[in-house]
Design a protein around this ligand. Structure first.
Ligand SMILES: NC(=O)c1ccc[n+]([C@@H]2O[C@H](COP(=O)([O-])OP(=O)(O)OC[C@H]3O[C@@H](n4cnc5c(N)ncnc54)[C@H](OP(=O)(O)O)[C@@H]3O)[C@@H](O)[C@H]2O)c1
Length: 194
């Protein structure tokens, strides 16, 4: 599974590092010239390849959006057609919005197979993953299964929470936000919220 991580800030390099350690080919991109993130990549995610966002996505099976929400509008929607896209973004600072980020991502990236996950877990709790539960949500069952496989491979325990709309449970303001626990405890939260 070839991975493209868009975002080379706090979250992106952690996920790139975990994916490299799991044996996946990984490309990572910031918003500009890949030369700008060459050193970050060498230190924080050795083995990942810095590329432009469009080149990284073109070669990938699975794309992780780990960029600030207010920058999402910069991305060219056409390049995501047919790709499985993880939306790890959050409204930040938390904002009351009529739709969850992933519903907006799916409606803008027409033809992409969007799965929401990793939103609720802070980057400092992502590594080591230690089998921590991560909720995931999506409307495309095969894409959810592919992302679950990726999450398992990098060391998390995926826990489906329902449709993309149900994925709002993973966003800031939800009791699940910030939760970084093992599956049984995570499922207690989800059952209480059901
Ligand atoms: N931090 C956490 O603990 C955490 C946990 C879960 C989810 N999240 C969510 O994950 C996302 C990333 O958070 P973060 O803390 O990693 O943010 P961050 O540290 O501010 O890093 C943002 C990165 O995104 C890049 N970027 C911006 N626009 C881009 C574009 N159009 N194409 C490619 N890369 C682009 C930036 O590159 P440039 O420097 O070139 O602009 C930068 O490398 C946010 O939506 C956040 O809400 C964060």
């Amino acid at each position: 599974m070839r991975i493209a991580v868009l975002g080379a800030g706090h979250v992106g390099p952690v996920l790139a590092r975990l994916a490299v350690a799991a044996g996946c080919p990984v490309a990572i991109a910031g918003s500009g010239d890949p030369a700008r993130i060459a050193m970050i990549t060498e230190f924080l995610a050795p083995g990942a390849v810095p590329l432009s966002a469009s080149d990284a996505v073109a070669d990938a099976d699975l794309v992780v959006l780990a960029i600030p929400w207010h920058r999402f509008g910069m991305l060219e929607p056409g390049m995501f057609t047919g790709k499985i896209v993880i939306d790890a973004m959050n409204h930040w600072p938390p904002a009351a919005a009529p739709l969850g980020t992933s519903e907006e991502v799916a409606s803008r990236l027409v033809g992409a197979r969007v799965v929401k996950t990793l939103n609720h877990i802070a980057c400092q709790d992502m590594e080591p993953p230690d089998g921590r539960a991560v909720g995931l949500a999506g409307d495309d069952a095969a894409a959810v299964e592919a992302v679950s496989e990726f999450l398992r491979r990098i060391g998390f325990e995926p826990v489906p929470v329902g449709s993309l709309a149900a994925g709002r449970l993973l966003e800031p303001g939800s009791p699940l936000f910030g939760v970084a626990v093992a599956r049984p405890e995570f499922e207690k939260f989800t059952k209480e919220l059901a």
